[in-house]
Design a protein around this ligand. Structure first.
Ligand SMILES: [Zn+2]
Length: 196
């Protein structure tokens, strides 16, 4: 789904919004035939983190649809006015109640079928600061042997946790970049000068 169908123009209320390549543009976009308003639709960024603590990491159980009752690392849509690191820290606090410190990027992957980009960090658990939010019914620190593999939200979460566990065993974390079909793990140290 490259573009959502636009039925009414947000500027003039006109009901004839057609896909066209605007003058000087390279992509077809919804264009209002009454006032010429062009709707730019771009991918959304989802930020999240693997929260590490004493050989375990923190998972949350979803209290809402989609994927009600399934487990995941905390992640959610980035908001305007924040950095992607701030978004990951905020989502961790909202979904698990935990304060975390971002350690470094861990996975950057695109889902062009959904017009989404996921940016997942490794983070250090600092402490529980508040109760977890309404989106979560339970949180739990799990070891690599306690991961509820059959109760994870999405296959991509299982893949990222599998790689994380494997790399933790070897004491060296890489940076994954890719998409659903293909990807590559880049060797990467723990220190990242871009974070702080
Ligand atoms: Zn219009």
């Amino acid at each position: 789904m490259l573009h959502k169908k636009i039925h009414f123009c947000s500027q003039c209320g006109g009901d004839e919004v057609l896909m066209q390549v605007p003058s000087g543009d390279t992509h077809a976009r919804p264009v209002c035939q009454d006032c010429g308003h062009i709707v730019y639709q771009n991918p959304t960024v989802i930020a999240g983190c693997i929260i590490e603590h004493e050989g375990k990491f923190l998972l949350g159980k979803r209290a809402i649809e989609p994927m009600l009752g399934k487990w995941s690392i905390p992640a959610g849509f980035m908001e305007n006015g924040e950095t992607v690191e701030q978004a990951a820290v905020r989502e961790a606090l909202e979904e698990t109640g935990a304060t975390v410190e971002v350690l470094g990027p861990y996975s950057i992957f695109s889902v062009p079928q959904m017009n989404q980009v996921y940016i997942i960090f490794r983070a250090r658990f600092v402490g529980f600061e508040q109760p977890f939010g309404d989106e979560t019914s339970e949180v739990s620190f799990v070891t690599k042997d306690e991961v509820p593999w059959n109760e994870l939200t999405y296959p991509a979460i299982g893949q990222i946790l599998t790689r994380y566990i494997n790399e933790e065993d070897h004491g060296q974390f890489g940076l994954y970049m890719g998409c659903y079909e293909q990807g590559l793990v880049h060797p990467f140290g723990n220190a990242n000068p871009c974070i702080n």
